[in-house]
Design a protein around this ligand. Structure first.
Ligand SMILES: Nc1nc2c(ncn2[C@@H]2O[C@H](COP(=O)(O)OP(=O)(O)O)[C@@H](O)[C@H]2O)c(=O)[nH]1
Ligand SMILES: [Mg+2]
Length: 364
């Protein structure tokens, strides 16, 4: 299963965010960083469409889409050069498919800030620079090996030139995710698991007193950087969300509305993480089970069939497909959808869209 790693400076609220996302409550001890195995948990992806399908079909079994989150240790200055837990930690980061970088915006006198003051943009720099150092070290290592060779093959020569280009880019303190690469170059770099090329969400961890934009230090600069980097900026009231996990949805809404907070934090963040991982959902429905299945964006009808069962891919004849909204507008039944002409017959190569309702016709 693809997973999202949560990174950030110590005491930025990573474990709080992890606990909110996974609804772990007090069961999970904060990850102190003394051991090297981080907490990880599989989370159901909230999806309004799935909830509606369950309501309509009242199936015996409900299976939502899932994704995994990992609470990584705090990243300190020098981690990229191997200081402290640096190397072990960064290998966990290299393992992640996408990252959520938690940035502390809350000021809490009871919780010291490792840098002495609240300054979100500076903290973002520190974390990015550690990640950049790590990638530079990986490149240096590989380049010195290539340089030690008497003669390079054409392929190795190409690799060397590409790595040198990446090196220069990183030296300008820019993450590799911001670099324009051809598909061929992307393929060449894949094996290095560069940490600055991972898709990333930057999560502003706010206090309940920060519902106004003006209360977030340096928000304009943060937004500008997010745009330059193509990074998604999200907001979460870590402590507040933690406190309301025990409440019913109605109680929670009343509580947050009272504070002037309208952004649904937890659900929104998980949905964004799912998208960040490049995942989409398609649905199957019946009295036995309503299920959301996960595909990589761009996968085809035959992949959808194979996700359900290998027999369905092997004996694939065609897929009956209808978009979720059309399904709902047409009596939420494939028969009705067929009668009104919104049901489509698609072949193996049809590219599945997020929210497709699918039935596979097969023969084995
Ligand atoms: N006031 C306030 N305190 C927070 C918030 N988020 C986290 N904290 C506190 O900051 C401390 C560190 O949080 P933790 O999640 O353990 O940080 P980590 O070291 O990044 O995992 C804890 O005492 C939290 O209660 C927040 O949004 N507001
Ligand atoms: Mg922690």
């Amino acid at each position: 299963m693809l997973h999202c790693g949560i990174i950030g400076l110590p005491l930025s609220g990573k474990s709080t965010v992890y606990n909110v996302i996974t609804r772990a409550g007090a069961e999970v001890k904060p990850y102190a960083g003394g051991k090297t195995d981080p907490n990880r948990a599989v989370v159901s992806v909230p999806d309004r469409r799935f909830d509606e399908l369950v309501k309509i079909h009242s199936p015996r079994k409900e299976t939502p889409a899932q994704v995994e989150f990992v609470d990584l240790a705090g990243l300190s200055r020098g981690a990229g050069k191997g200081a402290g837990l640096g190397n072990a930690f960064l290998s966990f980061v290299a393992d992640a498919d996408a990252l959520i970088q938690v940035i502390r915006c809350f000021s809490n006198p009871a919780v010291e800030h490792p840098e002495g003051s609240v300054d979100p943009l500076r903290d973002w720099d520190i974390v990015d620079n550690e990640l950049i150092f790590r990638d530079l070290a990986v490149i240096e290592n590989r380049l010195s090996r290539l340089k030690a060779k008497k003669k390079l093959s054409a392929e190795e020569d190409k690799e060397k030139k590409l790595l040198e280009k990446c090196f220069e880019f990183l030296m300008e303190e820019k993450p590799l995710s911001a670099m324009e690469l051809t598909p061929e170059e992307e393929r060449q770099l894949r094996g290095f698991a560069f940490v600055t090329s991972k898709p990333q969400i930057v999560l502003l961890n706010l206090d309940e007193s920060q519902s106004e934009d003006s209360a977030i230090p340096g928000l304009e600069a943060l937004k500008k950087r997010a745009e330059e980097r193509g990074v998604k900026l999200c907001r979460l009231y870590g402590n507040l969300e933690m406190e309301i996990t025990g409440l019913s949805p109605e109680e929670a809404e009343m509580f947050t509305e009272g504070l002037g907070i309208t952004e649904p934090g937890r659900e929104r963040l998980i949905e964004e993480a799912y998208r960040l991982l490049g995942l989409i959902s398609f649905f199957t429905c019946g009295p036995d089970e309503v299920r959301a299945w996960t595909l990589h964006d761009g996968e085809k009808a035959v992949d959808a069939a194979g996700t359900i069962h290998s027999d369905l891919a092997r004996g694939f004849i065609r897929a009956q497909v209808v978009a979720f909204d059309d399904y709902m507008k047409n009596g939420h039944s494939f028969d009705e959808c067929r009668k009104s002409g919104v049901l489509r017959l698609e072949g193996k190569d049809y590219i599945v869209k997020d929210g497709d309702m699918i039935e596979i016709r097969f023969n084995v």
